[in-house]
Design a protein around this ligand. Structure first.
Ligand code: HEM
Length: 381
């Protein structure tokens, strides 16, 4: 105890000695000229040209006042940068110039993009997906799985060759990976972050973002193969109009005759796979910075992000219908894409004109080379 009191007194005495020798607080420090900007020309702003002053002019009446420069920065003015434009196209620009993206106010581009994303894409895109899910749930509840009416014959028709199935499933698997990771990136903070907490949600989203970036090019390549593979049988035909006018007979249960693909599938092909698919892929490749020769500025990324998100929400809504029909919505559809074959009764009931062409010998019932029978094991004498 005694030792501590002595130490404390010692410290107090040295502190008092230092305070006596220290220079007064307002004494000038050698080489540094201090100035109180509040005391310098406090009425400088009464000059009518005060607001138009350049930074240099302002510095003369109010040294240290950089407001004109920051005002320009906020307006998106680009300053000088010695970095090459090809490598750092926006090096001289801190805040982007003002724009008005569709749905945003006129403001700097970063804020305008944020408004479009948060006020339009996220709420309306999310609602669209929920509406599509609700619609198929309602349809399933009221109509259930579309069953075959007639008995199966046991005679099979090859609907999809191994090549067609491989192309389809490569594309579908990439699509599901992209859709799940995209949904978590866009909406995860509303439904996952509160459950997982910040740390786990951060890691999950980081992992999914990388999966998204790598699944994208796989989707792009397989999409082109799917388009080329299925385009011929998706070309419009006269009977498609009747199919569309009658809504395919989905509600009446009286299916409208169609060739290999009906008009509903053709709408999905041209609208969902071809048009939206190519828009999503093109904008995605820009976001992945995979388009050679393109100058990647912030506005390039903002515009491609908005296009990507809008097209992708529409595409997901359409594919919710496709996945429903391809799984629980129609008996026999999924196994056709899994194994390649449908029963004659399925072909007759769902694609009557296609079935008639096969019966007439215009289309072979078996298009791919059937798998060779397994070699018999050599018998030993
Ligand atoms: C998990 C996801 C998916 C499932 C379960 C699924 C299931 C199916 C099934 C069962 C068929 C056969 C329909 C019939 O016999 O007429 C089919 C056809 C088809 N699917 Fe998918 N699919 C999926 C995802 C995709 C994706 C992501 C794409 C392309 C972006 C796609 C494009 C097609 C195309 C082009 C056809 C041929 C019919 C047409 O041209 O409309 N599918 N799918």
């Amino acid at each position: 105890m005694h030792r501590f009191i002595v130490m404390g007194l010692g410290l107090l005495v040295s502190a008092m000695a230092w305070a006596q020798n220290a220079p007064p607080a307002n004494a000038p420090v050698a080489g540094v000229k201090s100035a109180n900007i509040f005391q310098l020309a406090p009425d400088a702003d009464s000059d009518p040209k005060y607001k138009q002053q350049s930074n240099a002019e302002r510095g003369q009446v109010q040294p240290g006042n950089n407001a004109p420069m920051w005002h320009q920065v906020g307006q998106g003015v680009t300053g000088y940068s010695s970095l090459p434009k090809s490598q750092a196209p926006e090096a001289g620009n801190l805040i982007q110039p003002f724009v008005q993206y569709p749905g945003s106010r006129l403001t700097n581009a970063g804020e305008a993009w944020r408004q479009v994303r948060n006020q339009w894409l996220i709420p309306y895109g999310g609602s669209l997906i929920l509406i599509a899910l609700g619609a198929v749930a309602l349809f399933y509840w009221r109509k259930g799985t579309m069953e075959l009416h007639g008995a199966e014959t046991g005679r099979k028709i090859e609907r999809f060759t191994p090549f067609e199935r491989a192309a389809h499933w490569a594309n579908a698997i990439a699509f599901v990976a992209l859709a799940v990771s995209g949904i978590v990136m866009a909406f995860g903070k509303f439904f996952l972050q509160p459950i997982l907490g910040n740390m786990l949600f951060g890691w999950l989203t980081y992992a999914l973002k990388n999966i998204h970036n790598f699944a994208g090019p796989l989707f792009a390549v397989s999409l082109v193969i799917v388009i080329v593979t299925f385009v011929r049988d998706n070309l419009p035909r006269a009977e498609d109009i009747t199919w569309l006018l009658k809504g395919g007979g989905l509600l009446t249960g009286q299916e409208v005759p169609s060739h290999r693909f009906n008009a509903g599938e053709k709408v999905l092909f041209w609208g969902g796979v071809f048009l939206l698919g190519l828009i999503v892929v093109a904008s995605g490749l820009v976001l992945d910075k995979l388009v050679p020769g393109l100058v990647y500025e912030r506005s390039t990324m903002q515009i491609s992000h908005m296009v990507h998100a809008a097209a992708t929400f529409l595409m997901m809504a359409m594919f919710i219908g496709h996945i429903y029909m391809g799984t629980i919505g129609m008996r026999g559809a999924y196994s056709a894409m899994r194994d390649g074959y449908v029963d004659e009764t399925w072909a007759k009931e769902h694609h009557e004109l296609w079935y008639q062409d096969i019966q007439a010998g215009k289309i072979p019932a078996q298009r791919s080379q059937p798998a060779a029978p397994a070699a018999k094991p050599a018998t030993t004498a």
